[in-house]
Design a protein around this ligand. Structure first.
Ligand code: F0G
Length: 462
């Protein structure tokens, strides 16, 4: 007998229509948005894979919890429930709610990082980097060497480079206020970090007396992949793996818009009461009173319930199966994808997809534009547009990879949507040679990918 298919472990109670567009409508929308997919109206998008952040569907239990939200300014019941959910799952005593992940980063780095200090991370996400820099620090990425090869099949390409971390701590340790590790490694392809790598990072932190903080956005996906890929974890429950993960850290920053299964929210959780007190002093100035931070009572409830649902193993199995399904079909058709598929997205390798475009012609953005024009897919470049820098002469220092991320919102799209996505990517791949590059016409000084104006360059017509 063949194995039963892995199905969506839910049925649909509420639907939201999708709006079909014609190619000429999409051309007009793209021109009006100056080639920037962040500037396109959502109603002009058919399948929105821009991000998995805040875009998922909430469960019936979450909506019910929303109705139980206690909107009291101080001491709300909803805060208690939220605090307990975080404590039970992650084991951190101090729980500080924020409106989303970057606010937690801001509070942590403003409190711990002094100008001239260095924060190591397996790979900083763009907002994490921006917040380290905003505090006057240097955000240093130390990805493992296996992550350099997007086609390699190492199971833990999200790992921290332990030799590089040891060297940094040995040689510049006095400049390092904390060590961060991102689960999963989003900018590096949604790749997981192994428990053994985390343990080794902890041991280095102990040796050099540094606190370790986890960027926990996708902790449940990481734990699932640990269970699937790390021999010592086979057969263990996801909850146990999650508990062991956080037991190795001094605290975490969290965007509840990912593995909190909510549309908004986040938190900073830690063990050190003194540090938590200092952070709460800032929290009241920038976010809100300590028992709601940046969130409404109903959002605290939705996140508390979401944290319980996200470690459900049927849910995690389905989520990973649906991402692996898309990656496998694309690979069979010769489309270059980052292997093995990570936890929240399929990453196309635009450098191999469009080998005729140099990094300065932003192959990732060119590909993202074509996917929109071909079939109304909205995806996100994670390459030299997002992560590249210009040197003093204005020349591009390229990013490590030129990727396009097809981020899959949680519990939102069905398998037939995924089949449509596979078909659109395949069609663009079939005409890859004729695809023109992209130039930046105008850009802001930071986080340029959100608002830059762009045009097409080269002779090819789209
Ligand atoms: N850390 C990681 C690894 C992230 O992926 C994100 C957000 C954040 C921190 C910041 O959280 O958005 O709640 O402030 N990533 C989204 C994405 C935006 O599309 O990957 P936030």
């Amino acid at each position: 007998m063949t194995d039963l298919p892995i199905i969506e472990p839910f049925r649909i109670k509420s639907v939201e229509p999708l709006r079909m567009t014609t190619r000429s409508e999409r051309e007009a929308a793209l021109a009006a948005a100056d080639g920037n997919l962040f500037r396109i109206a959502a109603e002009d998008v058919l399948i929105d894979l821009l991000t998995d952040s805040g875009t998922g569907a909430m469960s019936a239990e979450q909506w019910a919890a929303v109705m139980r939200g206690d909107e009291s300014y101080a001491g709300a019941r909803s805060y208690k429930r939220f605090e307990r959910a975080v404590q039970d799952l992650m084991g951190f005593e101090q729980v500080i709610p924020t409106h989303q992940g970057r606010a937690a980063e801001h509070l942590l780095f403003q409190t711990l990082v002094k100008p001239g200090q260095v924060v190591p991370n397996n790979t900083h996400f763009d907002t994490t980097r921006a917040n380290v820099e905003d505090a006057g620090g240097e955000a240093r990425d130390l990805p493992c060497s296996e992550s350099a090869n997007t086609a390699g099949r190492d199971p833990f390409k999200g790992n921290m480079n332990l030799e590089a971390l040891a060297e940094l701590l040995e040689e510049e340790g006095e400049r390092v206020p904390l060590v961060m590790i991102t689960l999963t490694n989003n900018a590096g392809g949604g790749q997981p970090v192994s428990l053994s790598n985390l343990r080794a990072v902890r041991a280095l932190c102990d040796k050099y007396d540094k606190p370790l903080y986890i960027d926990a956005c996708r902790f449940a996906e990481n734990a699932w992949m640990v269970r699937e890929r790390e021999p010592e974890a086979r057969g263990r429950s996801v909850r146990e793996i999650v508990a062991e993960t956080f037991a190795l850290a001094d605290g975490c920053t969290m965007s509840a818009k990912k593995d909190g299964l909510a549309n908004i929210g986040g938190f900073l959780a830690l063990r050190d009461l003194e540090l938590a007190t200092a952070i709460r002093r800032r929290l009241v100035v920038t976010e809100g009173f300590p028992t709601y931070g940046g969130m409404a009572g109903r959002d605290l409830e939705a996140v508390a319930q979401g944290l319980a649902e996200v470690v459900d193993e049927d849910y995690l199995q389905y989520r990973h199966a649906s991402i692996a399904y898309v990656a496998k079909r694309l690979e069979e058709r010769g489309v270059p994808v980052v292997e093995p598929p990570g936890g929240h997205a399929i990453f196309l390798d635009a450098a191999r997809f469009l080998p005729h475009l140099a990094p300065a012609l932003f192959p990732g953005q060119a590909l993202a534009i074509e996917l929109y024009l071909e079939g109304g897919l909205r995806t996100c470049e994670i390459g030299s547009l997002m992560l590249g820098r210009n040197d003093e002469q204005g020349r591009l220092i390229p990013a490590r990879h030129e990727l396009v991320r097809l981020a899959i919102p949680r519990r939102t799209y069905t398998q037939s949507h995924m089949d449509y996505v596979i078909e659109i990517v395949t069609r663009v791949h079939a005409r890859a040679e004729g695809i023109a590059g992209v130039e930046i016409l105008e850009e802001p000084p930071v986080l340029r990918h959100f608002s830059a104006r762009m045009g097409r360059v080269g002779t090819a017509r789209v």
